[in-house]
Design a protein around this ligand. Structure first.
Ligand SMILES: [Zn+2]
Length: 200
């Protein structure tokens, strides 16, 4: 008997993931937990990112999910939104995950965004890395943010004059996505759009 990854309730075996997309449906959460997430599909536009689509509200259910996924390092939870992310990202090219966020004190053993994409069977390009902060010494967080972009291109990465699609787990202030977008645009990307699972 399979259990819901979030509440440990028993899962029905009713198939809901259609076979035509080429990989087997894995029902991992129950109907009740599924319904506790609030789908919003908010879209925003800025001068730097032509379109950012965020799929879910940051409600209590989502806060609990993110807590368990990111901070308790429960990688299996990447499967919870595999269908939703697949539906939004299928067929897109130049998908670039935001690397593990800088300035986080919690040690992470895996990249949450890459795990979400892996479970959704979405191919991506790992082009960015967070800047090494060691050399920035004793500066305050504000000073560091003001002077340096958060990310840089990995060595030997070539950016094409094409459209790129950044993916992140949560959009809060937009600073992270915009910093990454500027790096891609400065390196020759034609335009940058973004998809996030959550909008805070
Ligand atoms: Zn459940």
């Amino acid at each position: 008997m399979k259990e819901c990854l979030l509440c440990e309730g028993v899962l029905s075996n009713k198939p809901s993931w259609q076979g035509f997309i080429g990989f087997e449906k894995q029902q991992v959460i129950c109907e009740k937990c599924s319904n506790s997430f609030e789908r919003t599909d908010i879209e925003s536009k800025t001068a730097i990112i032509v379109s950012t689509t965020s799929l879910y509200a940051y409600n209590d259910a989502m806060k609990n999910y993110l807590q368990q996924f990111k901070f308790l390092q429960d990688i299996a939870l990447a499967a919870v939104f595999q269908q939703e992310l697949y539906d939004v990202l299928k067929g897109k090219s130049n998908i670039v995950p935001i690397p593990v966020h800088p300035n986080r004190r919690v040690t992470r053993t895996f990249s949450q965004v890459e795990a979400l994409l892996d479970y959704a069977k979405i191919p991506y390009k790992d082009l960015l890395e967070k800047r090494d902060e060691v050399s920035m010494g004793e500066k305050t967080r504000q000073e560091r943010l003001a002077m340096k972009p958060l990310f840089e291109l990995k060595s030997s990465v070539q950016i094409q004059p094409e459209s790129y699609l950044l993916v992140d787990d949560i959009y809060t202030t937009g600073t992270t996505l915009h910093s990454a977008a500027k790096v891609l645009l400065a390196a020759g990307a034609k335009r940058v759009e973004a998809v996030t699972l959550i909008r805070a």
